[in-house]
Design a protein around this ligand. Structure first.
Ligand code: ATP
Length: 328
């Protein structure tokens, strides 16, 4: 165990995700377990620059494992992108006596952590927290499983109205760069088609599939569209296109938006966050730095931050095929 790390700072940065609180709780309690001090840093890197630190002990994180969002708040900090901003942040950390950092966030937050650690020799460990699951080095990011469950619940509700009115619904879900959410909820929610950033099905194929579905006796359909789908049309343009080419359907659009980020974390995310927090703190105490904690083959693993940032999280091709077969 490291003799040099006596106080660890934990922060949440970038977009919030369910499970961040469970991650904070785990970091704080693992510090307490190893008799290390812990401080929470408010509003990510912005709070670090302002010197907003909250001393945290095992009891200060009671009752948060089931809460969505992040009690430490999160932010995007322009100041931390500058050398001057990072110098102020470092001075604040030194004044507070912080020896190492756990950063819970996405790839942007990890880039900031890497730059900072290279400039100031500050040990850092990343915990992936984003609902999009678009980070290399882990099969699951914090919040992803909760978001899947939230979206499936909504799709089930949309199906009720779609089938009552014989409608076609385009449902837009989050995922600018990755179709993990769309593909999984598409299969779980029985969607007719799934449009994702990784694959260009084309508008013809979409129409063909909808015609086929109509001909096979289906009276309503749901098409799940990831924000960043390759067809390149937004969900309202897709509606207009189908309206123009298929008079037999009454088309509606539902953009799920930020509700996908909220809510109490699922059991899976709470367990994952607890495991990741322990691994992050204990890895720092073992003298490791510049890694992201991840789940690979159900084992807590470390991936260099640089790889986690640059690597591509791949869509599950087998699931893509299952999705195709299920729409037969
Ligand atoms: P999400 O996936 O939800 O968008 P993220 O962690 O990728 O989360 P970003 O807004 O990209 O979110 O990054 C969070 C913060 O990390 C930025 O506001 C900035 O303060 C810091 N950051 C990002 N890139 C850099 C960089 N190159 N140098 C220094 N800091 C950076």
């Amino acid at each position: 165990m490291s003799e040099t790390i006596k106080k660890i700072g934990v922060l949440t940065s970038g977009g919030d995700a369910p499970g961040m609180n469970a991650g904070i709780r785990s970091v704080v309690r693992t510090c307490a377990f190893h008799n290390i001090e812990c401080v929470g840093i408010v509003q990510g890197y912005q709070g670090m620059i302002r010197g907003e630190f909250i001393p945290m002990d095992a009891r200060s994180v009671k009752g948060i494992i089931n809460k969505g969002g992040t009690i430490l708040k999160t932010a995007r900090s322009k100041d931390f992108m500058t050398k001057e901003g990072r110098k102020v942040a470092y001075d604040q950390l030194k004044k507070e006596g912080v020896d190492a950092l756990v950063v819970i966030g996405g790839d942007g937050s990890f880039t900031g952590a890497m730059v900072f650690s290279a400039e100031y020799d500050m040990p850092v460990m990343g915990i992936p927290g984003t609902i999009d699951n678009d980070i290399f080095g882990t099969t699951h990011t914090l919040g992803y499983d909760t978001a899947l469950n939230t979206v499936v619940e909504v799709i089930d509700k949309i199906r009720d109205t779609a089938s009552s009115h014989d409608r076609l619904f385009f449902v837009e879900v989050m995922g600018r760069d990755a179709g993990h959410i769309a593909l999984n909820v598409g299969v779980a929610g029985g969607a007719e088609e799934v449009l994702i950033p990784e694959e260009n099905l084309g508008l013809d194929r979409l129409l063909e599939s909808l015609h086929r579905s109509k001909a096979s006796g289906k009276s309503s359909s749901i098409v799940v569209v990831a924000e960043g789908d390759k067809i390149g049309k937004n969900v309202f343009e897709l509606k207009d296109y189908v309206d123009e080419h298929m008079s037999e359907y009454e088309v509606r659009v539902s953009v799920l938006g930020h509700m996908q980020r909220g809510g109490s974390p699922s059991c899976f995310d709470r367990v994952l966050a607890s495991r990741m927090g322990v691994k992050a703190v204990e890895s720092l105490l073992e003298g490791k730095s510049n890694f992201m904690v991840g789940l690979l083959n159900d084992v807590m693993s470390l991936t260099p931050l640089e790889q986690a940032i640059k690597g591509q999280s791949k869509i599950n091709l087998e699931l893509l095929r299952v999705s195709d077969i299920m729409t037969t």
